[in-house]
Design a protein around this ligand. Structure first.
Ligand SMILES: Nc1nc2c(ncn2[C@@H]2O[C@H](COP(=O)(O)OP(=O)(O)OP(=O)(O)O)[C@@H](O)[C@H]2O)c(=O)[nH]1
Ligand SMILES: [Mg+2]
Length: 197
């Protein structure tokens, strides 16, 4: 896809702040620090469009990125970050759930997991929700550049098994550092939003 214009529309904390458009939305869910914001930046070839940080908990709001008025990337706060207070975590979870469960424009939710680690209990429940909601899932295994190739294959098997992926599910091995998987991700996105070019 030839992107001309990608910009943040709003950082929202409640539904009244969501963009009042009917443009399709693709949301990115995953553990804090897994690479959701970096995924957006890599796909758009923009270093700092979505703010990233080596410190987990960077994205604390629901950030809507308008991509050429064709679709929105919706960058969600990460879950499972132990360092923030329980109260704060619950607030984020509520904010995420409210968006995911009620947003009509939401055409799909990608699940990002770290290709170095076994998916957590939170990842498993997020994946279950996605399967229940869409009947299929798209899992992005991030930070693939950080794992040796032989180990990577092993880890991908563990991810598939832990999340119980089946033939309806798609797993994309991804690296925001190297660009691995970016073309595949674009192919999936174009398909989801019904875009030809
Ligand atoms: N080597 C490598 N580092 C990555 C990759 N993706 C993300 N990172 C790094 O991981 C850290 C976290 O990335 P973010 O994109 O901020 O993660 P996030 O999921 O948006 O995190 P929160 O906003 O806290 O939920 C940053 O230091 C990134 O540079 C990748 O594919 N390869
Ligand atoms: Mg982020």
């Amino acid at each position: 896809m030839n992107i001309h214009n990608a910009q943040i529309t709003i950082s929202a904390v409640k539904p009244t702040q969501y963009p009042q458009t009917i443009i399709p939305e693709i949301a990115l869910a995953g553990r804090s620090n897994v690479g959701k914001s970096s995924f957006i930046n890599k796909l758009l070839n923009r270093k700092n469009l979505a703010r990233t940080s080596s410190k987990p908990g960077k994205t604390a709001t629901i950030n809507f990125y308008n991509i050429d008025d064709t679709f929105f990337f919706v960058d969600l706060p990460g879950y499972g970050y132990a360092e923030v207070s329980k109260k704060e975590r619950e607030k984020w979870a509520e904010m995420i759930n409210r968006y995911l469960n009620s947003r009509e424009q939401l055409v799909f939710t990608f699940l990002l997991v770290d290709s170095r680690h076994k998916p957590t209990a939170d990842d498993v429940s997020m994946h279950k929700w996605i399967k229940h909601y869409y009947g299929k899932s798209i899992v992005i295994a991030t930070k693939a550049d950080k794992v040796k190739k032989s180990k990577l294959e092993e880890n991908i098997e563990v991810i598939k098994k832990t999340l119980s992926l089946d033939e309806n599910d798609t797993l994309v091995v991804f690296s925001a550092e190297k660009g691995t998987g970016a073309d595949d991700a674009w192919g999936i996105i174009k398909n989801l939003i019904g875009c030809e070019d």
